[in-house]
Ligand binder design. Structure first.
Ligand SMILES: *Cc1c(COP(=O)(O)O)cnc(C)c1O
Length: 426
């Protein structure tokens, strides 16, 4: 039996579904999980020694490619001084100061251990600051797996209904209102129906958990305006877009200043890190200065901070890298569109910067309903073909393809050739 098969048999006995996060299970594309033994640059190698060109990048963090020597060295050095102290350290101050210097809307920031925790805490701070309970989220946007946000939550939670998961009491989601992405009138209607009650609107400024859906012109400025008019806070969930579209995230890319922002993924360079921050007056409600309690035994962990800070410094010090990455991605997804056109296939390619998604649907995708029309059976065939040919893509139609600075033009050409061979055969 192959080593991966063996591991999967063992894993299923002791771990639900054999995986520690459902998106790793590959069930929706009729495959079994890949057990990864190592990764370097743009490649991952599984337990059987098979190597894949990786378009997941740990779901975003590995924007520089895997196993970057500068980060590995910094982590090794930091770990020699002990792994955790549960006390304040210099590297946390460095990290906070650096984040505030990189992202103009961040005046104060709190470090946490995941994107889920960052969003949960930001929502609590928004409620504490405004004294209001309700929040607005968008269908198909994912904000982590905390109870109140598991409503119409995109990729991982494909079953419809409210709440989007068993084990979440209806009481936990009754203050979560849902609107339609790219549809300001749906947000206006919620503000009209709930006057003076909405603490915050939370949005992925580029939706990247229902495939990739760009905000239409006017959508983000419209949200900013509606929040201002109604005394509500605007929260950008930049767990994916932060430090990906550019060093100042989607907010820099689109020129919108949110009140609060959440980070994850890239900010930890592959270590478990999240952060939430924003307006000083809002962040001052957080304990111990304010009355909103939020804590973490391992928050601001020195080894994790060192990894994240090293990656952020590399990115900030090489603005050219973003330009090159975004141009490379633009060529890649552009050629994918040309290929589909040439073959007379009506599928839709959505992309922003180094995030892209091939939707197996012939209509434009502007929101969750559009995305859910995609042919997931065809996506499954496509995904299996890519894997057979050494290309590791997210095993779901509703996930982004993540390009990294480690992908070369040759590797991207080879990927397009492989895709073209698939399309030739359908
Ligand atoms: C991944 C993600 C989260 C959750 O982060 P975790 O680190 O998995 O808890 C939240 N929001 C968005 C937009 C994400 O993509």
């Amino acid at each position: 039996m192959a080593r991966s098969e063996e591991l999967f048999e063992r894993a299923q006995k002791y771990i639900p579904g054999g995986v520690n996060s459902p998106v790793r299970a590959f069930g929706s594309v009729g495959m079994r999980p890949r057990f990864i033994a190592g990764a370097d640059g743009a490649y991952m190698t599984d337990a059987d020694g098979k190597t894949y060109l990786d378009f997941v990048g740990s779901w975003g963090p590995m924007i520089l490619g895997h196993n970057r020597p500068e980060i590995r060295r910094a982590v090794a050095e930091a770990s020699e001084r002990g792994l955790s102290y549960g006390a304040a350290t210099e590297v946390e101050v460095d990290m906070a100061e650096y984040l505030c210097s990189l992202v103009p809307s961040i005046e104060m920031v709190r470090m946490v251990n995941s994107g889920t925790e960052a969003v949960m805490s930001a929502v609590r701070a928004a409620r504490g600051f405004t004294g209001r309970n309700k929040i607005v989220k968008f269908n198909g946007c994912y904000h982590g797996h905390s109870d109140g946000l598991l409503v119409k939550a995109g990729s991982g939670v494909m079953t419809a209904g409210v709440p989007g998961s068993a084990g979440v009491p209806a009481g936990c989601t009754e203050d979560t209102l849902t609107a339609v992405y790219n549809d300001l009138t749906s947000v206006e209607a919620l503000f009209r129906a709930n006057p003076g009650q909405i603490a915050a609107v939370i949005v992925e400024p580029v939706a990247a958990n229902m495939g990739v859906v760009a905000p239409e012109a006017g959508f983000l400025p419209g949200l900013r305006k509606l929040c201002d008019e109604n005394g509500s806070l605007l929260i950008f969930d930049e767990v994916i877009t932060g430090f990906r579209l550019g060093i100042d995230g989607a907010q820099g890319y689109y020129g919108i200043r949110p009140d609060l922002t959440t980070f994850g993924k890239i900010i930890g360079a592959g270590m478990p890190v999240g952060a939430y921050g924003g307006r000083r007056d809002v962040m001052r409600v957080v304990s111990p200065v304010g009355t909103v309690y939020q804590a973490g035994t391992l928050s601001g962990n020195p080894v994790a901070m060192t990894a994240g800070l090293t990656q952020l410094r590399l990115l900030a010090e090489h603005p050219r890298w973003y330009r090159e990455l975004n141009e490379k991605a633009d060529r890649f997804f552009g050629r994918m569109e040309e290929m589909l056109l040439r073959r007379g296939l009506p599928y839709t390619v959505n992309r922003v910067g180094s995030l892209g998604c091939l939707f197996f649907t012939d209509a434009p995708v502007h929101n969750y309903d559009d995305a859910s029309r995609a042919d997931t059976e065809m996506f499954g065939r496509y995904c299996r073909f890519l894997f057979e040919n050494g290309i590791y893509c997210a095993p779901s139609q509703f996930e982004a393809m993540f390009l990294s600075m480690a992908h070369t033009e040759e590797e991207l050409d080879r990927t397009l050739e492989t895709m073209d061979r698939f399309f030739a055969g359908i």
